[in-house]
Design a protein around this ligand. Structure first.
Ligand code: NAP
Length: 318
């Protein structure tokens, strides 16, 4: 594993991190969840990313990871970076979502209980809240650090302007913002096009990109139709309608470029994300240990020639 410095902080993050958004809910196979985390750890993936609402049901991914912590990782706490977040709907009533101090700090306490941890390494505001003063949301994150319940803080899905404002507020409070977590992949490039990457670089924040494989669209998963055990069959965050003939054709052409590089499409996608200078870590998801193994091999060939980058852009524009 390669470890990259996170912005201007003292923290190194693995170039590939594992997220527990999918496949770690209450109904998912316990041995598979455990096997994925253990394989990731052995491959040097020391960062596991969670949120209060990951499941289903919401909260159950944190409970799954808490169980794995107790059973397998308890002796390794100091080798792990564990993150959680609050921002999306978690419980009913006026205090169960968005960015108020009330919600964020109550949710952090709940997350720590589910995880069975005294602290998380990174606590995030999961989304920008246009109706709460940014000072209040950032004040809650600052408090999380001062109360010892988080070592670092981050923001996720923030627009470029709010990234800069958040950084300024937090710097004045004396708790620098470690990291921004936006979605980024070859098909969804908002942080590159709308200034999120530049804003994070300008204020010395790291960036960890989520859904680097576009939930599986940028892998070989759908080249021959929709496999029965794939995310698209769940019709949740990835709709089966997204697997259009045009999308499949493009994936086939990208796959051919990956083959020329001696890589799987997943590996080329990860390498492509990591060559952006703002990107500290690629936050992948997986449904089985072999996918994690495949993804980590991206690091064996992570550089691109200009001709390769141009060929990729050409396929993306087609
Ligand atoms: N901050 C936010 O708002 C936010 C939002 C979304 C996600 N996230 C974070 O980002 C993490 C990753 O998101 P994601 O799961 O959408 O990421 P992703 O890496 O884009 O997609 C993961 C899916 O791709 C497929 N896959 C992975 N490796 C593969 C390989 N080597 N070969 C073929 N297929 C492969 C698997 O699909 P199958 O399941 O079909 O096998 C897997 O479930 C989440 O767990 C979460 O921590 C954050």
């Amino acid at each position: 594993m390669k470890y990259n410095r996170c912005g201007k902080s003292g923290l190194l993050l693995p170039a590939i991190s594992l997220g527990l958004w999918h496949n770690f809910g209450a109904g998912d196979d316990a041995e598979n969840k455990r096997a994925m985390c253990r394989r990731a750890f052995d491959l040097g993936i020391r960062h596991f990313d969670l949120a209060n609402n990951y499941g289903p049901p919401p909260g159950s991914a944190e409970m799954s990871f808490g169980e794995i912590m107790r059973g397998d990782f308890v002796a390794h706490r100091d080798e792990l970076i564990i993150s959680s977040k609050a921002g999306y709907h978690m419980w009913d009533g006026p205090y169960g979502e968005w960015g108020s101090r009330k919600y964020l700090l109550a949710s952090l306490d709940q997350s720590l209980k589910r995880l069975g941890l005294a602290y998380v390494d990174i606590f995030y505001s999961h989304r920008f809240d246009p109706n709460t003063p940014l000072e209040e949301t950032m004040g809650a994150l600052d408090h999380a650090v001062r109360s010892g319940k988080a070592l670092y803080i981050g923001i996720s899905n923030y627009p470029a302007k709010a990234i800069k404002q958040a950084a300024k507020i937090l710097k004045e409070m004396g708790t620098p913002c470690l990291i921004h977590q936006p979605r980024f992949n070859m098909l969804q490039r908002e942080p590159e096009l709308e200034g999120g990457f530049d804003a994070a670089l300008a204020v010395g924040m790291g960036t960890i990109v989520f859904s680097p494989l576009a939930q599986g669209l940028l892998t070989d998963r759908y080249l021959k139709g929709i496999p029965p055990d794939s995310r698209a069959t769940e019709n949740g965050s990835l709709k089966s309608e997204a697997i259009t003939p045009k999308m499949v054709e493009r994936s086939k052409r990208l796959n051919a470029l990956a083959e020329k590089r001696g890589q799987s499409l997943a590996q080329m996608s990860i390498a492509w994300n990591l060559q952006h200078k703002a990107v500290t870590s690629c936050l992948i998801g997986a449904s089985r240990p072999s996918q994690i193994e495949d993804c980590v091999k991206a690091l064996d060939h992570a550089s691109f020639s200009n001709a390769e980058l141009k060929a990729i852009e050409k396929e993306l524009a087609a």
